[in-house]
Write a protein that binds this ligand. Structure first.
Ligand SMILES: [Zn+2]
Length: 192
């Protein structure tokens, strides 16, 4: 098999060669527990190609590689230990509506399994025709506000998971929409 990002020969079970994996770890961002929104990596090569390969080409080896990298980070573990609930960022619904692989949902799902945290899953609304991200955000927000699972969370701690974030904007809006609980967001990659 070949490395999904550079094409070098790799073992059958691996999606990435050693060099690309090392490059990805070099993209690590600094974390502070004070920050509400954190990203594990900056959105640069070869991580960018790996994410595109999973999301757009739906490459299963890339998907597993991302999952492994995401779950193995100590900061992921730190936030998972902090949280009572985990949820994919509603922005990921936009991907689903456009038939892209929903990476944020997948990461949130595996995190909830690994750390035994309750997963809050936004409803999948079929037939959404959203042309603009801003429009999608408003509609997704109202979809979330109507979710029965969110009522009664009280002051519980919620960890939002996103794949690629261009700015923290959507996540900030989300926090504003749910002032009754404490939310932090963890993104795989920061593209801002
Ligand atoms: Zn490589």
């Amino acid at each position: 098999m070949n490395c999904t990002t550079c094409g070098r020969k790799v073992e059958l079970s691996k999606a990435l060669c050693f060099q690309c994996l090392k490059q990805i770890h070099k993209l690590s961002q600094k974390h502070s527990s004070e920050k509400k929104i954190s990203s594990l990596f900056s959105y640069q090569e070869p991580l960018r190609s790996l994410i595109i390969s999973a999301k757009v080409d739906r490459n299963i080896r890339s998907y597993h590689a991302i999952k492994k990298i995401f779950l193995a980070r100590s900061y992921t573990k730190q936030l998972a230990t902090w949280a009572n609930y985990v949820a994919p960022a509603p922005s990921s619904l936009w991907s689903r509506a456009h038939l892209k692989y929903d990476l944020a949902y997948m990461l949130a799902y595996h995190l909830s399994r690994q750390y035994q945290i309750t997963l809050i899953s936004p409803p999948f609304l079929q037939g959404w025709k959203v042309s603009k991200q801003s429009k999608a955000t408003a509609r997704q927000k109202s979809a979330w506000e109507n979710m029965p699972e969110l009522h009664g969370l009280g002051d519980k701690k919620l960890l939002l998971i996103d794949d690629v974030t261009t700015s923290g904007e959507t996540l900030y809006h989300l926090e504003k929409a749910f002032p009754t609980y404490y939310a932090k967001a963890l993104c795989l990659a920061d593209a801002s």
